[in-house]
Design a protein around this ligand. Structure first.
Ligand SMILES: [Zn+2]
Length: 297
């Protein structure tokens, strides 16, 4: 009997100890302060940092410390990953978590950084025929796997926030979307009362964007005067979001954090849903004028 109880106790210990170890490690890493140079890099990467509430700043820095110790950064195509790159990616990734109960992307182990837009091979089937094609990418998020980013595109987005693009926010919004097991544009809400109006608002906004993109495609070449690139820059929401509900959520998150005042003005209901989900109000961090060229090159 004693041996039996000892075996049970050992089995419980083997099961429980790793859980407590992970919890202790997370709190230990979260409590480690950033170095003064890392802190300066955070302020440079997030020009609105000083406008965040003190508790939001504390939560952001705690997650940053955990992220920087917990995730591996790998330079690809000869890129040497610097402290500036690591802190910049981590700062924007952790900004998405600042108002939410979170475990700092527990399924993410690796961030791959390319110096510039990179080429990825895609395979798809047309009927029974397997087709492969190369496509240029700024970033991608693999389900329960790594995030891949192009540093040149990150810099371009941060240097021109007025364009409403941010590839880091885009890929890490996909990471939040995968938390319930599926990329469907409806991420996991941290409390059960929230998210009731999410589906109708997102469905309507997604369909509006898709109709707009389809109308442009049909009209392109007949009316003249505008190109898709120019139209894309003029839009509050990147037309790429019309691809699927998952891409729409990622694109809407980019606008929410990059051009929040414009998003609130033109898509008030969408802005309200994102504010409720992220528990953040980025429009309040700005004085109403969306300044470009804030990120030092
Ligand atoms: Zn995407």
């Amino acid at each position: 009997m004693k041996t039996f109880l000892a075996v049970i106790a050992l089995a419980v210990l083997v099961w429980v100890l790793p859980i407590y170890w992970q919890k202790w490690r997370r709190s230990y890493l979260r409590a480690r302060p950033l170095s003064p140079s890392q802190y300066r890099l955070v302020q440079s990467a997030l020009p609105f940092y000083s406008a965040l509430a003190p508790e939001a700043q504390r939560e952001l820095c705690a997650n940053l410390s955990l992220f920087l110790h917990d995730k591996e950064f790998v330079g690809c195509d000869g890129l040497r990953v610097t402290d500036e790159m690591r802190v910049c990616v981590a700062a924007w990734a952790c900004l998405l978590l600042t108002g939410r109960q979170n475990r700092c992307y527990p399924a993410l182990r690796t961030v791959l950084l390319y110096p510039d837009t990179y080429i990825a091979r895609e395979t798809h089937f047309e009927g029974a025929i397997e087709m492969t094609a190369d496509s240029a990418r700024e970033g991608e998020s693999h389900y329960l796997g790594p995030v891949v980013l192009s540093w040149a595109d990150i810099e371009e987005d941060l240097f021109h926030p007025e364009q409403g693009r941010n590839v880091i926010v885009h890929e890490f919004a996909h990471k939040l979307d995968e938390e319930d097991g599926v990329y469907d544009g409806r991420p996991l809400f941290t409390d059960s009362e929230s998210g009731g109006s999410w589906a109708p608002v997102f469905r309507e906004e997604f369909e509006r964007l898709r109709d707009k993109v389809l109308t442009r495609q049909e009209g392109h070449g007949t009316k003249g005067g505008s190109t898709p690139a120019r139209e894309a820059k003029a839009s509050v929401l990147d037309p790429y979001g019309a691809q699927s509900p998952a891409e729409f959520f990622a694109v809407a998150s980019e606008s929410f954090f990059s051009i929040p005042v414009a998003l609130r003005q033109h898509h008030a209901a969408l802005y309200a849903e994102l504010r409720a989900f992220y528990h953040l109000d980025p429009a309040s961090w700005h004085d109403g004028s969306q300044q470009g060229n804030q990120y030092p090159r």
